[in-house]
Structure formats: structure tokens, C-alpha cells
Design a protein around this ligand. Structure first.
Ligand SMILES: NC(=O)c1ccc[n+]([C@@H]2O[C@H](COP(=O)([O-])OP(=O)(O)OC[C@H]3O[C@@H](n4cnc5c(N)ncnc54)[C@H](O)[C@@H]3O)[C@@H](O)[C@H]2O)c1
Length: 392
């Protein structure tokens, strides 16, 4: 057993993403010792995955009291993230919290403070912006950092989905009280911004945004609905929508240590009502020597654009990808890796960081990064109503 495999995980949440965490951990050979959810689903999930301890009634505190849980994965809806994070840190548990870190900066600041209070020997804390761990994203980051693309001029992209296109499509994210005031931007737009910040090595400092709600009224079933689940049209009731379906965001990024990024502008379109797009995080980074283009729906390839030479396609698992990126990929070229592999690589990086006593590079998003994304959401909301640039 490596030190990594001595660490034991407890998962909160049994919906769409909770089992993605469980599966990734199992593939890494990490023991999942506890699961917490509704009384029925905690037991069902425990039976299905062979998890020894099941905590029903959403009793995460009972799970935290277990001596068999070292790392807590928080995969519950956004509105309970902060409370669950703070209690886990208080109990000395390491945490991987789903994004967004919380609903407001007032509450996410508490998490930043709690992590700081833990100090050098305190728990490790990560936010699940796992798009950083697609080998292609790490590759593009290395290319920017090495100066392969020259000085970066501008960035463009989108995050498009269509699962909330119809008026009858429902999920708790549509309600500001459950998911936060920004829905499309908060839920998927922050993935785009975090991935671009990671590639550039610089944070967004200013924003100008316009958000729109196409369906001002939607129809929903009376009970809870698992993400991406189909609903019975006969059980629907109308409600007013208080979150956006799509947004256009302009961002200005600060200075990167490597010197190739300084005041770069980016424009991103974010939509959950874009027919035909299932989960397309697309981006293009344009520099004085060349560009890279990538889409999460074809995650194993990067298009490298050159003005005076032929364009190239770099393929994961082949010499086009750098050696340091190879550490974050398990399968040879031609055997596609995707969404679930990026989760796996993220968790491996966090668990290795814990097992090494924080000696490995912390490439993952920390509490400050998660807090910054929520700050951006608030600035985007403010900009959309004031119609002005807002400093983050
Ligand atoms: N990183 C990613 O790629 C990714 C993808 C999808 C979702 N997410 C995030 O994961 C979280 C969950 O999203 P989902 O799509 O799985 O939602 P979901 O509705 O499918 O599942 C949420 C689960 O949490 C449970 N739950 C509700 N209240 C709870 C509480 N108080 N304590 C514990 N569990 C509770 C529900 O019963 C359900 O099992 C969200 O924060 C979302 O933004 C991240």
C-alpha cells in the first residue's frame, strides 16, 4: 500500500456527481468508507458500491464523527457546502468540496479563514474545479508558461449545455435560493473561468457582463429531481425563474509570473439553453506566435494554430503532449480519457498532496480560488445590472 491508500474517504451526496467521486476513488484504489445522504439513498448507494458505513437523514455530522474518514467529499447542493466545509475543517478532516464553494462571498470568506486558521499542518482543502486536470488543459498551461504561443493577446470561448432548454426542464439549480443568484455562470461559467485562469497563470481582475433569462416562468414537479433526470409532465406546477439561462462575459486578466500574460482580455458565452450542445467547454488562447483551441467534448486533442506554418493537432498520449502532463494520464494514445478521468486525476493530486505532508505541487483549486470564483459571480451580477466594468 502506498501512503495514498491509507487515506479513507467519506462522501456526502448520492445524486449525479457523488457516484462520480466514488467511482474515481475506487479506480485509484482509495477506500471509500462512508456515505451520507437521504436515509434511503445512503443505504442503496452503500450497498451498490460496497461502502461499509451509511449515514442517512443527511446527517453529515455523524459521518464526520467516524474515525474511519480522513477526507470528506462534499457533493451536496450548493446551499449547504459552506456549513458542511466549516464543520469538516473543525473536525480536522481534509475536504474536497464541489463547486461553487458557496452561494455568497460573505460565506465563502469563512471557509478561507478556517483553512488559514488550520495553518501549515492543518487539513488540505480543494474545490472541485477538476477541468484543470484534463491532460490537454495542463498541456496548454505548460505551452503558455514556456512561451510557445508568445505573448498572449486574447482569449475566447464558451460553456454551452442544453439540458435546461425546455420550459419543463427542472433542477434545484434553477432556484436562486438553492443554487445561488447566478445559475449558468455560477454552475458552468466558473468552470470556464477557473480553467482559463489556470492555463494563463493569472486571475480575472475586471468583468463586464450581460445575463438573460429566456424562460421567465418554468414548470416543475413538486418533489426533488436528480440532475439530468427526466420528469413526469403530469406532475408539473408553474414558478417564476430568478436565475439566468445565459450570459455574455468580458474578462480582463492580471499579470502572470512567467511574463507572457499581462492584462489579457477574454470573452465567454455561457448557456444552459443552447440546443445541441451537451457539455461543451470550448476555449481558444491566442498569442503572438500561435494559438491553441480545445473543447471538453473532444478532450484528447488540441488544435495548435500557426500563421506562417501548417496548423497541428496534438494528441494526448503521443509525443505532442509534454512529459510532465504524462503524469496525469493513464491510458495510451487512442484510448480516450475524459470527464471521469479528470476527476480521478484531480483526486489523485489532492490525496498525494495530503499523503506527502503537502510537499507535492498544489495544482488544484484551493479555498481562495473557490472564493475568487464566487467573487467573480457577484461582480458579474453587479456589472449586468449597472452596465459598467466591475473590479473584482
Ligand atoms: N465538478 C463537476 O464536474 C460537477 C458536476 C455536476 C455537479 N457538480 C456540483 O455537485 C453538487 C451536486 O450536484 P449534483 O448535480 O450531483 O446534484 P444532485 O441533485 O443530482 O445531487 C445532490 C445530492 O445531494 C443530496 N442532498 C441534498 N441536501 C443534502 C444535504 N443537506 N446534505 C447531504 N446531501 C444532500 C441529494 O439528496 C442528492 O443526492 C453541486 O454543488 C454541483 O454544482 C459538480
Amino acid at each position: 500500500m502506498t501512503p495514498l491508500h491509507h487515506l479513507r474517504a467519506g462522501i456526502i451526496g448520492t445524486g449525479f456527481i457523488g457516484p462520480v467521486h466514488i467511482e474515481a476513488l475506487k479506480r485509484l484504489g482509495i477506500q471509500v468508507t462512508a456515505i451520507c445522504g437521504s436515509s434511503k439513498s445512503a443505504i442503496q448507494t452503500a450497498e451498490m458500491w460496497g461502502i461499509p458505513e451509511a449515514y442517512g437523514d443527511y446527517d453529515h455530522e455523524a459521518m464526520y464523527a467516524s474515525p474511519n474518514v480522513d477526507v470528506v467529499h462534499i457533493t451536496s447542493p450548493n446551499k449547504v457546502h459552506v456549513e458542511q466545509c466549516l464543520q469538516a475543517l473543525e473536525m480536522g478532516k481534509h475536504v474536497i468540496c464541489e463547486k461553487p464553494l458557496g452561494m455568497t462571498t460573505a460565506e465563502t470568506a469563512l471557509v478561507v479563514a478556517a483553512v488559514k486558521k488550520g495553518g501549515k499542518n492543518g487539513p488540505v482543502f480543494a474545490v472541485n474545479y477538476m477541468c484543470r486536470f484534463f491532460p490537454a488543459v495542463l498541456q496548454m498551461r505548460a505551452m503558455v508558461e514556456r512561451g510557445d504561443l508568445g505573448e498572449i493577446i486574447h482569449v475566447q470561448g464558451h460553456f454551452f449545455q442544453d439540458w435546461l432548454l425546455h420550459q419543463t426542464d427542472y433542477n434545484w439549480r434553477v432556484l436562486a435560493s438553492e443554487g445561488g443568484k447566478l445559475r449558468a455562470v455560477g454552475d458552468i461559467g466558473t468552470h470556464w473561468i477557473d480553467a482559463v485562469s489556470f492555463i494563463l497563470g493569472a486571475k480575472a481582475t475586471n468583468v463586464f457582463a450581460h445575463i438573460e433569462t429566456f424562460h421567465k416562468e418554468r414548470l416543475r414537479p413538486k418533489g426533488e429531481v436528480k440532475t439530468f433526470a427526466k420528469v413526469d409532465p403530469k406532475t408539473l406546477v408553474p414558478y417564476k425563474v430568478d436565475t439566468e439561462d445565459f450570459g455574455s462575459v468580458l474578462l480582463k486578466f492580471g499579470k502572470a509570473k512567467h511574463g507572457y500574460v499581462n492584462g489579457v482580455h477574454a470573452n465567454a458565452s455561457i448557456s444552459q439553453v443552447a440546443a445541441g450542445w451537451k457539455c461543451s467547454l470550448g476555449l481558444g488562447i491566442y498569442g503572438t506566435k500561435g494559438s491553441v483551441q480545445w473543447d471538453l467534448q473532444q478532450p484528447n486533442e488540441i488544435l495548435v494554430g500557426r500563421r506562417d506554418e501548417p496548423n497541428q493537432i496534438l494528441q494526448r498520449g503521443t509525443p505532442g503532449f509534454l512529459e510532465d502532463v504524462a503524469n496525469f494520464t493513464d491510458y495510451p494514445g487512442g484510448h480516450p480519457e475524459g470527464f471521469s478521468d479528470a476527476h480521478k486525476m484531480h483526486y489523485r493530486a489532492v490525496y498525494e498532496h495530503i499523503a506527502s505532508g503537502k510537499k507535492t505541487p498544489a495544482l488544484f483549486a484551493n479555498a481562495e480560488d473557490g472564493h475568487h470564483e464566487v467573487k467573480l459571480c457577484e461582480a458579474i451580477l453587479q456589472s449586468s445590472s449597472s452596465k459598467t466594468w466591475v473590479k473584482v
